[in-house]
Structures are given as structure tokens and as C-alpha cells.
Design a protein around this ligand. Structure first.
Ligand code: GTP
Length: 207
């Protein structure tokens, strides 16, 4: 999975959700297979990782967006140009679940129909603190017609599955529509407060 070379396809994937639900930890778990405590994201952070779907190397360009309210405006800049959206809530926090529902609605209203979406209940390791039952998450995802998974960035549970499944659905989507996936694009690396393309702050890149 990791370290696949000669990627031919690249897809932009955006990770959205309330502050502190674990978006950065999920992305970092996927890219480095580590769990480390992170500072709140400012603007968005960019990471890349490649996976093999069948024999096709696929590069995921992951935009991990900031969950703090003050960044909500710029988050839409990221999902509007994304091929996939991962919307995360924390299974121990009902407010984050309600927020995830709002995000799903917003993305579905504003974005092209073909966007591949998955609702993710993170922090599944905190079973004793759980307030959102798995069935409730599943039911919400079903009501929107999108994918659903529970993950733990801490234990790693569900994280590779989340991104591999996203990549697989994107490849299948292109195959169905007989579209050639985009060639590997430029690797803009940023961790700042600006819009995509605006070079601000320092860098966080794993590729
Ligand atoms: P913003 O950048 O503010 O939007 O937050 P975020 O959604 O990126 O959250 P982040 O990844 O920074 O994680 C927030 C806190 O939750 C940190 O203290 C993490 O250690 C913790 N955390 C993240 N994922 C998990 C998980 O799966 N299980 C547990 N127990 N804690 C987690």
C-alpha cells in the first residue's frame, strides 16, 4: 500500500468535521501509521498517500481542513473542487454528530452529484464514552445515500479501509463513466490559513 510508485491517478479528497473530532489524526494515521497529538489545524493541511486498487496505483491528495468555526467559510473552497469528501464526527460528542449532518447537507447541496462521500464516526476506541450508537451513524449515512465507517485514529481501526474504499469508489466511478483519471498533479504543500493555492505557513507533507 504505502510507497507505491509510478502513480497514474490522483484524486483530491477533503476531510471535514467539527474541531477536535480527529481529522488530522486520521489523515496522519493513514499516511504514517502513527498516532500523535496534533495542534488544531489552521486553514488546511495537505498530505498525500498512494494505494493500489487492483493493479492501479492511485494517489490520494488529502486536504485536512480546520474544524474551528472561524474556518468554515474556507472549508467550502476545498470541497467544491474535491472528488471525495470524508465527513468526521466523534462518537463521544453529539454536537459533532449534528455538525457532521450539517456538513453532509451542505456538501450535497453545493457540490456536483458524483462526489464520493463517507460519514465517519471516529474515536471508536472510547467505547465507554460513546454517545452515538453505530446504528445511528449508519442510519444517518443511509438517509443521505453515502458510505459509513467507524474508525479509531488511536488504534488504527478502520483507517486504511476508509481511504482504500474511497480510492476504490473513485476508480469505479471513473470506470463507470469511462473517464481517464487525472494525471498525477502538482504537489502543493501548505499548512496555513489561506485558500487553496495561497502559499502560507509552513509545510506538512508525506508522500
Ligand atoms: P481541528 O484541527 O481543530 O479541526 O481538530 P481535528 O479534527 O483535526 O482533531 P485532531 O486530529 O487534532 O484530534 C483532536 C484530539 O482528539 C487530539 O487530542 C487527539 O489525540 C484526539 N484523537 C483523535 N483521534 C482519536 C481517536 O481515534 N481516539 C482517541 N481516543 N482520541 C483521538
Amino acid at each position: 500500500m504505502a510507497g507505491v510508485h509510478n502513480e497514474r491517478s490522483a484524486y483530491k479528497v477533503v476531510v471535514i468535521g467539527d474541531m477536535g473530532v480527529g481529522k488530522t489524526c486520521i489523515a496522519i494515521r493513514f499516511v504514517t501509521d502513527e498516532f500523535t497529538t496534533q495542534e488544531p489545524t489552521v486553514g488546511a493541511a495537505y498530505l498525500t498517500q498512494s494505494v493500489l486498487i487492483g493493479r492501479l496505483p492511485v494517489k490520494l491528495q488529502i486536504w485536512d481542513t480546520a474544524g474551528q468555526e472561524r474556518f468554515n467559510g474556507i472549508v467550502s473552497l476545498y470541497y467544491r473542487s474535491a472528488r471525495a469528501a470524508i465527513i468526521v464526527y466523534d462518537i463521544t460528542d453529539r454536537k459533532s454528530f449534528d455538525k457532521a449532518k450539517d456538513w453532509v447537507q451542505k456538501v450535497q447541496e453545493e457540490v456536483h452529484e458524483g462526489i464520493v462521500m463517507t460519514l465517519v464516526g471516529n474515536k471508536a476506541d472510547l467505547e465507554e464514552l460513546r454517545v452515538i450508537r453505530k446504528e445511528e451513524g449508519q442510519a444517518l449515512a443511509e438517509s443521505f445515500g453515502i458510505g459509513f465507517l467507524e474508525t479509531s485514529a488511536k488504534s488504527g481501526e478502520g483507517v486504511p479501509e476508509l481511504f482504500v474504499d474511497t480510492a476504490r469508489r473513485l476508480v469505479e466511478d471513473d470506470q463507470r463513466r469511462n473517464v481517464k483519471p487525472k494525471k498525477r498533479g502538482i504537489s502543493l504543500t501548505m499548512r496555513g490559513s489561506g485558500a487553496p493555492g495561497e502559499k502560507t505557513g509552513c509545510c506538512l507533507k508525506f508522500s
